[in-house]
Design a protein around this ligand. Structure first.
Ligand SMILES: N#Cc1c(-c2ccc3cc[nH]c3c2)n[nH]c1N
Length: 244
């Protein structure tokens, strides 16, 4: 997968040099290309923003600069364009899985009050453009959102997680635990500061362990995300689950 990221703060993406994503880049599974938007600004001050039409606070990112950058970065190809914005469609595991199937993604990181809307209109005639939000809070720009999305997408690519863990076990992956939050996890020592690991986990009884983990996942989901429990298909919950 090729990932192009256009930003006025490409330094934000140094975390993509390390850990899972960094190794995927070394192996060639991920081809991440960073671009400094100001390189396409023609004035001496490398200006990328201007005052908003209609008035109001802040500044808006200029369409000409974005157009010159996107034209050059996408020359000869048609990536799927992702624009982080607080007003976008929610980014969740399903969208991560969908985007992990794409051969080429272009992330456009806005700053200030955002990117002139004509940019998304223009490129929406040539490629799929998704305006996406990573949550109901306001950031100062799109870079952190792209870091979140790249990690969520990158870990789903073949070979990135390795054999020790599979995305199949993810909280929101299809299957018996779909849409349930992760339950509690434990490792050695069996007793720490007088606190014991739940006995079932030491039993070696895989069926009981699986049941306990599902019960705990359901309990945590009911406590922290009752909305997810309501969305669970009724048939997916047997009578005992309902009584938890
Ligand atoms: N995704 C996302 C965002 C943002 C965001 C994205 C881009 C810009 C550009 C200027 N300000 C921004 C905020 N805030 N909160 C989210 N969930």
């Amino acid at each position: 997968m090729r990932l192009d990221i256009i930003s006025i703060f490409p330094e934000y993406f140094s975390p993509l040099d390390v850990s899972l994503i960094g190794k995927a880049r070394e192996r060639g599974t991920l081809d991440v290309r960073l671009h400094q938007l100001r390189d396409w600004a023609r004035d001496v001050h490398k200006t990328v923003d201007d005052t908003p039409y209609g008035g109001g606070p802040g500044m808006v990112m200029k369409p000409e600069i974005w157009g010159a950058a996107i034209d050059e970065v996408t020359e000869g190809g048609t990536p799927r364009m992702i624009v982080p914005t607080p007003s976008g469609r929610p980014f969740a595991q399903g969208l991560a899985q969908e985007l992990a199937q794409e051969p080429w993604l272009l992330f456009c990181c806005g700053r200030y009050e955002g990117i002139d809307s004509r940019v998304m209109d223009e490129y929406g005639t040539r490629m799929r453009v998704d305006e996406v939000s990573i949550g109901d809070y306001v950031l100062a720009g799109g870079e952190v959102a792209v870091l979140v999305m790249v990690e969520a997408i990158g870990r789903l690519l073949p070979g990135v997680l390795g054999n020790a863990h599979s995305a199949v076990d993810d909280s929101f992956a299809p299957g018996a635990m779909q849409n349930l939050l992760e339950g509690p996890v434990y490792t050695k020592p069996p007793v720490w500061r007088g606190r014991e690991v739940p006995e079932v986990l030491l039993s070696g009884h895989h069926g009981k362990v699986a049941r306990w983990r599902r019960d705990e996942a359901l309990r945590r989901t009911m406590k922290n995300r009752p909305d997810l429990v309501e969305a669970l298909d009724a048939s997916a919950l047997d009578k005992r689950d309902r009584e938890l």
